[in-house]
Design a protein around this ligand. Sequence first.
Ligand code: 1GP
Length: 238
Amino acid sequence: MMKFYNQILQSKKENQKLLAILLDPDKIVLDNLKYLIEKINQSPATHIFIGGSHVRNNILDDLIIALKEKIKLPIILFPGNPSQISDQADAILFLSLISGRNPDYLIEHQVNAAPILKKTQLEIISTGYMLVESGGETAVERISKTKPLCRKDLNFALATAQAGEMMGNKLLYLEAGSGAKNAVPLEMIKSISNNIEIPLIVGGGIIDLQGIQKAYTAGADLVVIGTAFENNAEFFNS
Ligand code: 1GP
């Protein structure tokens, strides 16, 4: 049963917008966890995403256990590589970087992760991950050694999204990159959301509440906020 995915589908059907706070375990100071948890519980977040570029497994398990004690939201892994798997989470975005042409991020890491995932209880949600040019080199671009999609080429971005859907992905994630200078263009969100059926996640470089609203209005079903909350835990009260 795809419990968490079905919840996302249900929200989309009811036009209830979703919001994920992205936590990078490497950047979390465990001494501040109590405060962070308080702020997450006061925020409008509906999901927690956990992931980063260099996360070590032992931190991941402990962090998720600590979060689950005090937070009721679903915890979804958003892994940078196959070492970032924890059975403590509820689900995992099983990503394929379909905007790029690096076989490691299209299939190799997935092959390595499959036997590990088979031994977990995690709900696996296949996700077409599309990196969009954002005005500077982002960590995803550097680590994956792929070129992001051109901001202006809406037709190519749409064709990529549609191919991702046709290949059976259950979600699409339009990503400008963590801390991006420019968020995903609204016209791109609009054109893709109008022409696919599966839910659309949008993240990267959204730094204020208006940015979240604009992404929703353009058609995002779930918006991800990482850096802005990391820099200011009062972000959602601003
Ligand atoms: C990164 O989309 C997420 O993968 C969030 O990006 O850190 O810029 O909010 P920010």
